[in-house]
Write a protein that binds this ligand. Structure first.
Ligand SMILES: [Zn+2]
Length: 376
C-alpha cells in the first residue's frame, strides 16, 4: 500500500498536477485502485483536488479535476555533519527550505554522543523557529562524512573524524521521535542535485566535494550508487603520486594531499587563510594551484572513464573556484575520456550553495518518505 502511495506522490511531484485517468495510467493502476488510493491521500492532506473546467465537452456540473501534490503538507529535516559545524534545514516536499540554522563547534574532535546531543538541540530549535507543526515532520536525513551501512542507520567510518560505526539513526530517533536515515554526505548532495537541482536531466551525476577532504558521490537514474552497500566514492584517496606526502587515511600521495583544506592551508603558509574563496587565494601560489588542477583533472577524467557520468558537479570550495580553475578542468578533462562520453559530459558548479549538505540530508529524508513512508 505504502509503495503505491509513494509512486502516486512521486508522479505528482515530478510531473505536476494531472487528472485521475492520467495518474492511473502513469502509476499502472486500475481506475478503482487509483480512486481508493487517492482517497487516502486526499484525506491525509498530501494531495489536493484542483478544479479544471474544460470547456464544451466536460459534462455539466462535473468539471475535470486534477490531483496535485500539496507541497507544504509535510516537511523533513536535513542535517549535515561537517568537521567544524552542523548545518540543519527544514524543507517542504520539494526540498524548498523553510528555515535553516548552523552551529559552529569542533565536530571532528567531539565524541559522537556530543554530536547527537547538538543535532537534537539544533533541530528542536529549528522546528520551533520554523513554525512547522511537529506532527507534519515526516523524517530527518543526516548527511555524514563517510560510508554508511546498507540500512542507512550507521556512519561506518569518517577518516578525518576518527569515528567508527556510530549508530546515529537509533540515537536520534529515540530523542527526536521521527524516522531518521543516515546518508554519506556527498551522496546526499548528489541526490539533492539529481532530484531538485541542476541534475534533474542527468542520467549519472558525479558530485565532487572539497572541504576538509575531497569526497565524491554518484547518483544513477535518480538513485545513489552504493557499491558494496556503502556508497562512498573515495575519490580523495586515489593515489596520484608515488612516495608522496602521508595522508590521513594511512596511505601516501593521495589526491587529498594536494586537494583538501589541510593541503591548501599548508600551501598558503602560516597564519589564518585570507578571507574569500580558498581556491582564489591558492591562485596566487602557482605551485599548489598547478598541482591541484593537474591532479584534479586526472581524477575527474579517470572517474569519468570508470563511472561514465554525464554530469560532474563541483561542490564545497570547488563551487566557489575562480572561473579559470573550472575552465581548465572543462577544457582538459574531455580530451582524456573516451569519445562517446566526451560528447555528453558537462561539468558544473553546485546549484545548492553553502547549504548543499543540509539539503542533501533533506533529500535523503524525502526519498525515505516518497519510497517507503508515504502513507504518513
Ligand atoms: Zn588518503
Amino acid at each position: 500500500m505504502a509503495a503505491h502511495h509513494g509512486s502516486i506522490l512521486r508522479i505528482l511531484r515530478d510531473i505536476g498536477p494531472q487528472s485521475r485517468a492520467e495518474l492511473a495510467r502513469r502509476a499502472a493502476l486500475s481506475p478503482t485502485a487509483l480512486t481508493h488510493l487517492s482517497g487516502h491521500l486526499l484525506k491525509s492532506g498530501t494531495v489536493s483536488e484542483l478544479g479544471q473546467p474544460q470547456g464544451g465537452d466536460a459534462p455539466v456540473g462535473r468539471p475535470a479535476v486534477s490531483l496535485a501534490l500539496v507541497q507544504d503538507s509535510r516537511f523533513v529535516a536535513g542535517v549535515h555533519v561537517g568537521a567544524s559545524a552542523i548545518h540543519a534545514t527544514i524543507t517542504d516536499l520539494k526540498a524548498v527550505t523553510r528555515k535553516s540554522a548552523a552551529l559552529d563547534f569542533a565536530v571532528a574532535a567531539s565524541e559522537p554522543a556530543v554530536v547527537v546531543e547538538k543535532v537534537v538541540q539544533l533541530v528542536d530549535g529549528l522546528v520551533e523557529a520554523s513554525g512547522v507543526d511537529r506532527s507534519r515532520l515526516v523524517g530527518l536525513g543526516l548527511a555524514v562524512p563517510g560510508p554508511v551501512d546498507a540500512e542507512r542507520r550507521r556512519n561506518l567510518q569518517a577518516v578525518n573524524f576518527s569515528w567508527k560505526d556510530v549508530t546515529f539513526a537509533d540515537q536520534l530517533e529515540s530523542s527526536l521521535n521521527m524516522p531518521v536515515v543516515v546518508e554519506h554526505n556527498v551522496s546526499a548532495m548528489a541526490l539533492a542535485e539529481s532530484r531538485y537541482g541542476i541534475g534533474r536531466d542527468a542520467t549519472a551525476l558525479l558530485y565532487i566535494y572539497l572541504r576538509t577532504g575531497l569526497g565524491a558521490g554518484l547518483v544513477i537514474n535518480g538513485m545513489p550508487f552504493r557499491p558494496g552497500g556503502r556508497g562512498a566514492v573515495e575519490l580523495g584517496h586515489i593515489q596520484v603520486v608515488e612516495q608522496g606526502e602521508p595522508c590521513a587515511c594511512g596511505n601516501s600521495g593521495c589526491l587529498e594531499t594536494f586537494l583538501s583544506e589541510r593541503a591548501l592551508h599548508r600551501a598558503l603558509g602560516p597564519g589564518a587563510p585570507p578571507p574569500g574563496p580558498l581556491l582564489a587565494a591558492i591562485e596566487k601560489h602557482p605551485e599548489a594551484w598547478n598541482a591541484a588542477l593537474r591532479h584534479l583533472t586526472t581524477a575527474v577524467a579517470s572517474a569519468t572513464n570508470l563511472l561514465n557520468p554525464d554530469l560532474v558537479v563541483f561542490g564545497g570550495h570547488l563551487a566557489d573556484a575562480p572561473e579559470a580553475f573550472i575552465d581548465h578542468v572543462r577544457r582538459n578533462v574531455p580530451p582524456r575520456v573516451l569519445s562517446p562520453m566526451r560528447e555528453e559530459l558537462r561539468i558544473e558548479r553546485s546549484s545548492l550553495g553553502a547549504g548543499a549538505g543540509a539539503v542533501g540530508g533533506a533529500a535523503a529524508a524525502l526519498d525515505h518518505f516518497f519510497y517507503s513512508g508515504a502513507q504518513s
